[in-house]
Write a protein of this length. Structure first.
Length: 65
């Protein structure tokens, strides 16, 4: 659980390094807010989203048996 929380805080830092987070950290890229109008999602976040679907992060985010 702590590793997933740390991953969520990391995602928020990539999204906005100067911002303050409200509430609990996200558990995956799909839970991040959409970028502001006229801004693209960071390349790192697009790569993390792909790894969450079919890479090593998919195993980390999968429910425990």
């Amino acid at each position: 659980e702590q590793l997933l929380a740390a991953y969520g805080w990391y995602l928020l830092a990539v999204l906005d390094p100067t911002g303050e987070a409200d509430g609990p950290p996200p558990r995956c890229c799909d839970e991040l807010p959409e970028p502001a109008a006229g801004k693209a999602r960071a390349a790192e976040l697009r790569e993390f989203a792909q790894l969450e679907r079919e890479g090593w992060l998919a195993g980390l985010l999968a429910p425990l048996p």
